[in-house]
Design a protein around this ligand. Structure first.
Ligand SMILES: Cc1ncc(COP(=O)(O)O)c(C=O)c1O
Length: 375
């Protein structure tokens, strides 16, 4: 089998819009010299993005992490928040930056989102909110979460960083909960280099969020609260407007790669992948596979290293669990015994390369390596 003689293939490669289309926007920015502070492209992008996503109110942000931090501020969340350990570390860091104690709850085994059946047992008098993650772009069980939240008077903030354009029976996944946040980081299905957004459901909340992301300014001389600087600039907003013209192609390409992986890996002993869910339009942000070493004959890490030796750089998202990082591992809810499903998933997962431009020969080669790796 060939070794390091091929170009490296990474887990992702940013989708860039056609340069000539972006240059037209840059020329307009150079002419106007409006670089930031809710400029014309920012306003246009907010509108077009809300239309594309099928949501009513959306606030652009400099990145998804600041959107999460600000979402918690906007709702005045304090005390304890119930969340998942199976996510990117920014989910929990946003709580930490707000002086909120994270309480980890295990995930469900099919799609690795927070297990609603375990949420109620974690509620204490200090709990004020739930922060679930639509991890890999697969929707949480939103109805069950909403029922629990209503019963206990809790807010729900969805970390929807992986969930660009995801719809459930035709409606946006982002219409659930009190707020949802998106990330437009370079590695995501939709990118504005860095970027993010908060989705809310009424005008007053949007106004509040818009103040919070701009130092708390309500007008030129009025600062209504201690806000932060989390604004998206005009270069990113313009870039986002161009990206939006191509996003459907990006998602289609990702989808066909996912289909090719599924077809190629079907029936390989010890390898599991996630299928699309009926009624859902997926974002295909990641293509995770789970390796059962007893059936596959190699551990996840052995397969991961073997692929690397062939210049295929998958990523073990989300390993280690957030609850295993030094900041969080001494929390009572971080005990792996209480998080068996998440602990197992973190020990078995590799996210395979998926991005527009990854061609079918490359996907074939990855599938072949995985098949040949079975013992
Ligand atoms: C689940 C999740 N939440 C939050 C973030 C943070 O977003 P950003 O990188 O835009 O700050 C990311 C990704 O980066 C993520 O994967």
């Amino acid at each position: 089998m060939e070794n390091k003689d091929q170009q490296p293939v990474y887990v992702t490669r940013p989708a860039l819009p056609p340069l000539e289309e972006y240059l037209e926007y840059l020329e307009r920015i150079w002419a106007s010299r409006v670089l930031t502070n809710n400029g014309p492209f920012h306003q246009e992008f907010e509108k077009e993005l809300a239309d594309y996503l099928g949501v009513r109110y959306l606030s652009l942000f400099a990145n998804g992490t600041l959107a999460l931090v600000t979402a918690l501020q906007a709702l005045g969340i304090t005390g304890e928040v119930i969340t998942t350990p199976f996510s990117f570390v920014a989910t929990t860091h946003s709580l930490w930056w707000n002086n909120i104690k994270p309480v980890f709850v295990d995930i469900e085994p099919d799609y690795f989102t927070i297990d609603p059946d375990r949420i109620e047992a974690a509620i204490t008098p200090q709990t004020t909110a739930i922060m679930p993650v639509h991890v890999y772009g697969n929707p949480c069980r939103t109805d069950a979460i909403e029922k629990i939240a209503t019963r206990h008077g809790l807010k729900v903030i969805y970390d929807a960083a992986h969930t660009f354009g995801v719809t459930v029976n035709g409606g946006s996944i982002l219409n659930n909960g009190d707020l949802s946040i998106l990330s437009f980081h370079a590695t995501k299905t939709f990118n504005t280099i860095e970027g993010g957004a908060i989705i809310c459901h009424d005008e007053e909340t949007k106004r509040h969020i818009d103040h919070l992301k701009n130092f708390g300014f309500e007008d030129e001389v009025t600062v209504v609260e201690p806000g932060i600087n989390a604004k998206m600039n005009e270069l990113q907003a313009a870039y986002g407007l161009v990206q939006l013209k191509h996003i459907n192609e990006y998602i289609e390409e990702r989808k066909s790669i996912a289909e090719q992986y599924r077809e190629g890996l079907a029936g390989v002993r010890g390898i599991r992948y996630l299928n699309d869910i009926e009624g859902i339009r997926h974002s295909y942000t990641y293509f995770p596979i789970l390796i059962n070493n007893e059936h596959y004959g190699r551990t996840r890490d052995e397969l991961y290293e073997m692929l690397r030796s062939h210049n295929i750089y998958g990523r073990r998202y989300f390993y280690p669990l957030i609850s295993q990082f030094p900041t969080y591992r001494n929390l009572p809810s971080s005990d792996p015994v209480k998080l068996p499903v998440a602990t197992q998933a973190a020990g078995q997962v590799i996210c395979l390369p998926i991005y527009p431009g990854l061609n079918s020969t490359q996907v074939d080669r990855i599938v072949t390596l995985i098949k040949e790796g079975a013992r």
